[in-house]
Structures are given as structure tokens and as C-alpha cells.
Design a protein around this ligand. Structure first.
Ligand code: CA
Length: 221
């Protein structure tokens, strides 16, 4: 199996490479997030350190999950539960806190593989709600046949809801996914973006507010 090892610590990377090779794996190493994103397309498994010099590992994870369903374990020194939850919610299949024994890593990798692959992200899916057409792949929205212009984040919020119609997303979840931060500081931004979506589409019901719970894709009726 080709394993992408994303780790900026040379000594740890060398030790893990040895252990993985001994188990018959071919290791591709990336010390930087930019290299990780470039290389992730051609591997069977990813081990991702969250503390990277050029980008937060959780951002790497989110970007990677937009186009890849590759099995992935987050390997990190961060032990806070909040980070663990964010990692798993951002698309990690499992989580390992440093230091760990290589036997533990191998066992976790096997478990992830046994569970099977997650559904591939659908990149060119088109979601239709009444006369609103949301093209997730092309990042375009048409209302009654005419294209409308949304900001990047407005589209990201809409796309997040459209990807799973009917599913309610909490404010925290949306802030985490789109802004990369579940903290309440950005929460006014979410209101502004939802208002922008409703105004620009002229379909106020498109994004449905569930008081105290969150948002979901609504209807145009
Ligand atoms: Ca690191």
C-alpha cells in the first residue's frame, strides 16, 4: 500500500517510515502541507500530523476531503478533546495521539481499512430545489434559469446544506466547515451570509432556520 506520511519532524518521520516499510508499505513523505495536498491523490492511505509549519493540519484535512475519500488517520500531539472532535468531523477516519507505539498505528490502520472506504465526495452533483439549481461541481447557482453571483462563503454555506438535503447543520458545524472556526465570534458572519443568500436568490425559504438547532436546505415554495 502507498502511504502518504505527512510529518514535519524528521526523526519521527524516519522512524515511522521504517516501521511502515517493515509492514510492506511504500512510504511517500511530505514535510509540508502544500506537498501533502499535491501528493494525496496518488496514495492509498494518509497519516496526517496536525502541527505543520505552513498550514493548520485541519485545513489540510478539509481541503483534501473536498476531492478525496482516501482513508486517513490524524497523528498529533494535540490532546484536547475539542481538536479530536474537529479532526474527526473534518473527515479523519481515526485519531492517534503522540507518542504511540507503531503496533498501535498498524492496528488502527487495519481497522480503518476493514471498515471500508467512505462514500466518495460527489464533485459534479447538481441539487435542484424548486427553480433553484445548485451545481456543486461548477460552484454555480441558477434561479429560474438565470445565474446569480454569490460570494465564496455564501456558496460554501449553501453547498454544505445542499450536499445533504434534509440534514440539519448546527451553527457551530457550519462555522467550523466554512470558516474553519466553530467559535461564536464568527457567528454574526453566518447570519449575514444566510441573509445574503436569501436576498440574492430571492428565495427566502431556500435556507431554512431551525431555531436553536441550525440550518437546512429548505424549499422555494
Ligand atoms: Ca508537527
Amino acid at each position: 500500500m502507498r502511504v502518504l506520511l505527512v510529518e514535519d519532524d524528521d526523526r519521527l518521520a524516519a522512524a515511522l517510515t521504517t516501521a511502515l516499510s517493515r509492514h510492506g508499505h511504500e512510504v511517500v513523505r511530505a514535510a509540508l502541507a502544500v506537498d501533502a495536498l499535491r501528493l494525496a491523490g496518488g496514495v492509498d492511505f494518509v497519516l496526517l500530523d496536525l502541527g505543520l509549519p505552513d498550514m493548520d493540519g485541519l485545513d489540510v484535512l478539509r481541503r483534501l476531503r473536498r476531492s478525496s475519500a482516501v482513508p486517513l488517520i490524524v497523528v498529533t500531539a494535540r490532546v484536547e478533546e475539542r481538536d479530536v472532535l474537529r479532526g474527526l468531523r473534518s473527515g479523519a477516519d481515526d485519531y492517534l495521539v503522540k507518542p504511540f507505539r507503531t503496533a498501535e498505528l498498524m492496528a488502527r490502520m487495519e481497522t480503518v481499512l476493514r471498515r471500508g472506504t467512505r462514500p466518495m465526495p460527489v464533485l459534479d452533483q447538481v441539487v435542484t430545489v424548486g427553480d433553484v439549481r445548485i451545481d456543486l461541481g461548477a460552484r454555480q447557482v441558477h434561479v429560474a434559469g438565470s445565474p446569480i453571483t454569490l460570494t465564496r462563503r455564501e456558496f460554501d454555506v449553501l453547498a454544505l446544506l445542499a450536499r445533504q438535503p434534509g440534514v440539519v447543520r448546527s451553527r457551530e458545524e457550519i462555522l467550523d466547515e466554512v470558516w474553519g472556526d466553530p467559535l461564536l465570534s464568527a457567528s454574526r458572519s453566518l447570519d449575514v451570509h444566510v441573509a445574503g443568500l436569501r436576498a440574492k436568490t430571492g428565495r427566502p425559504g431556500l435556507v431554512e432556520t431551525l431555531r436553536g438547532t441550525g440550518y437546512r436546505l429548505g424549499s422555494t415554495a
